[in-house]
Ligand binder design. Structure first.
Ligand code: CTP
Ligand code: MG
Length: 183
């Protein structure tokens, strides 16, 4: 692989890590009070028991802490590898994890409106809801940082690699007994 391809992949994964972690942290630490408080709309739950306050808050915080950690090690990594990995702006380090959680919640809202019960798989949406949430909230709130970090090649790598990574980690979480479905 050429250096620039390696750099594109590294930048894509680095920039998206704070958006990848929230969903996994929510699986591990989530539970308890559902965000929709058990309310229904058109005879289906608004969001369902799979979207909880604790999962959302802990997931978002996990992403913020990871982004702060990545910022702390960025100088060392950049100089050791010669690759220029991104630094998260104060806004981006919140919008990436928060947007990931909101994207996942929005997908549950749509799943409930289309008659799918909790845990139902919607291939494509399940793998990209949190990416679209993270990218769009970040693009909206910190446009300059977004366009500087997510060049078109980086975006292409993100959209290609994320579904693969997501499927992989969910299979691991399923095998570990953390999730009831492998998606
Ligand atoms: N979770 C949570 N809060 C969130 C997101 C996830 O507590 N905001 C936890 C829940 O325990 C959930 C698990 O992580 O069951 C897996 O997340 P996900 O697959 O997104 O939820 P599902 O249970 O599959 O529900 P849905 O059909 O609404 O996606
Ligand atoms: Mg699910």
């Amino acid at each position: 692989m050429s250096v620039s391809l390696v750099e594109t992949v590294v930048v894509a994964l680095w920039a998206m890590l704070p958006a990848y972690v929230p969903n996994n942290a929510a699986v591990v630490f989530g539970g308890d009070r559902p965000i929709d408080g058990g309310r229904t709309w058109d005879e289906s739950r608004v969001l369902g028991d799979g979207k909880t306050w604790r999962g959302t808050v802990v997931g978002t915080l996990a992403g913020v802490v990871l982004a702060l950690f990545l910022n702390a090690i960025e100088p060392v990594v950049s100089s050791a590898t010669g690759l220029s990995v991104p630094r998260f702006s104060p806004i981006a380090l919140v919008t990436l994890p928060l947007g990931a959680m909101v994207g996942d919640i929005a997908a549950s809202f749509l799943k409930r409106r289309t008659g799918r019960s909790r845990g139902a798989a919607v291939p494509g949406i399940d793998q990209l809801d949190f990416v679209l949430g993270a990218l769009s909230l970040t693009a909206l709130c910190t446009t300059d940082w977004f366009t500087k970090t997510f060049s078109l090649p980086v975006l292409a790598v993100v959209l290609l690699l994320t579904p693969l990574l997501h499927v992989g980690t969910n299979v691991v979480a399923y095998c570990a007994g953390l999730k009831s479905e492998p998606w």
